[in-house]
Design a protein around this ligand. Structure first.
Ligand SMILES: [Zn+2]
Length: 95
């Protein structure tokens, strides 16, 4: 039996759902192995494994969504699904 915390894996698709352009560009990543795919919890609640709350992304699209949509910030911001200003997503190396 799959532990409750990992039940999202039951709903993991075999492709990146951003092929439809939902993140603002169409994913063209070739998936060679399921390890290249991750499952995003739309509401940020890792325990909410309702299929409606889950989206499968490749690692590149998931990272993009995390940074550009501010998933790493807070739930209120994330739920707005509004991209951050470009200047807020730029990496600035430490001097
Ligand atoms: Zn992708």
């Amino acid at each position: 039996m799959i532990p409750k915390a990992r039940r999202y894996k039951l709903f993991k698709k075999d492709y990146c759902e951003n092929v439809d352009g939902r993140l603002g560009f169409h994913c063209t990543t070739t998936i060679e192995h399921s390890c290249m795919l991750t499952v995003d919890h739309k509401d940020g609640n890792k325990e909410n494994n309702d299929p409606e709350n889950l989206t499968t992304y490749c690692a590149c699209c998931h990272n993009y969504k995390t940074v550009v949509f501010g998933d790493h910030r807070n739930i209120a911001f994330r739920n707005k699904a509004t991209p951050l200003p470009v200047e807020d997503t730029q990496y600035t190396p430490e001097q």
